[in-house]
Design a protein. Structure first.
Length: 122
């Protein structure tokens, strides 16, 4: 069984939380993310939830003997944070950005240019 890449398990947990109608317990998250092909231990899910909470991505509220978790950021903000994290891990931010810009299409390049121009003027 192949291991998940950096941040993939966190992203999967966030997808589950974004898709829910409200806060979820670790057990409920575990039931959704675990599959026959890739069962996940309760402690693994709990660790991911605590890490996300410590990063400020989730709120948690005590409910009986457990906590419930809910996202405080949307998918777009989450994606931007992951991109910043990957840049931090790259070792050479400039080279990583150059490769990224070289890999995107004209439409995305235009959107990126507009976002950068808006940042300069705003």
């Amino acid at each position: 069984m192949a291991r998940l890449g950096p941040g993939e398990l966190e992203a999967h947990v966030m997808d589950v939380l974004w898709s829910s109608d409200g806060p979820m317990t670790p057990r409920a998250v575990q039931e959704v993310v675990s599959t026959a092909r890739r069962p996940l231990a309760y402690t693994t899910v709990m660790t991911i939830l605590v890490r996300l909470w410590e990063k400020g991505m989730l709120t948690r509220e005590e409910q009986g003997r457990a906590f419930t978790y809910e996202p405080v950021v949307g998918r777009e903000e989450w994606t931007a944070q992951r991109m910043r994290d990957l840049l931090d891990e790259s070792g050479d931010r400039a080279a990583a950005l150059t490769h990224f810009v070289g890999s995107i299409g004209a439409r995305e390049a235009t959107q990126l240019r507009r976002a950068l121009d808006g940042r300069r003027h705003g």
